[in-house]
Design a protein around this ligand. Sequence first.
Ligand code: ADE
Ligand code: ZN
Length: 344
Amino acid sequence: MNPNTLIDLACGMPKAELHVHIEGTLEPELAFALARRNGQTLPYADEAALKAAYDFDSLQSFLDLYYACADVLRTADDFRDLMLAYLERAAADNVIHTEIFFDPQTHTARGIPFLTVLDGLEAGLREGKARWGISGRLILCFLRHLSEEEAFATLAEAEPYIDRIDGFGLDSSEKGNPPSKFERVFARCRALGKPVVAHAGEEGPPAYISEALDLLGSARIDHGVRALEDAAVVARLVREGVPLTVCPLSNIRLCVFEEMNQHTLGKLLADGAKVTLNSDDPAYFGGYLNDNLRAVQSAFNFDAATWYRLARNSFEASFATEAEKAGWIARLDAYFRAAGHPLG
Ligand code: ADE
Ligand code: ZN
């Protein structure tokens, strides 16, 4: 099959996105529009000047800008508009289910009430479902550069609304902030009956992946791309079928790998790891989910069976019900059959 046809096949697949930070979908145009609406001035002359600052050499250099830009998010309508803008782009990429991270501490620290964030994001999810049929869930992330005590305080704020939260995660500056720091917080999240995930092995060592599994009970590993540095960690991920939410363009833009053809996702897939592809912070990293698929295909030239496997993994690794997953996988199978690839 010629490569153009294969990338069209991949882009057209129904799929799930399991690793996207809603604050990371804030496009410069929307940032300036919200700043105007809220009577703020951004420390950049215009959208082009802001975009020019997207020149990162590490996770921290990105996070500094990401947290600064989040300051334009003030009202429930701001969060709703942000969610709708993301869902419109995701739906255009044939994402039919998405599990979205949000960072309440970034907002509550600025005096924005937790409920303003949650109400706004949920309003966006409801409207997105009505407009594009896309299904979405919310994963509350704790910022790992903050303390255990601050994470517990955030969890206490979230608990009255626990039925509106679908899981918990751990993000922000990885190096020096091991999963062990949040062992007790995550025990409480699990006791509340929620699945948990953690960023690990993005910039941090493979030992953080083991900690996330052993100490936090992480159901998936966000990134996990440094696993290959420890064969025992890879063997475990494969044996236990732990999903990895890999974000290829993010890893290039944050200098985890120099070039896409050096990315470990090809080897992880070949070794049998349950890899999924995701966009992480698409407004900052050069593209949404299908842009990630295009970059991966240019470097790895995957066949139809690999694309099928990646899409199927995205559904299987989701926190949806078994009935929802079965329905989506049937859609995926029908899509491949119609394209002349009966792979299901
Ligand atoms: N927050 C937003 N994007 C992140 C990433 N790639 N790693 C850790 N924390 C994040
Ligand atoms: Zn992330």
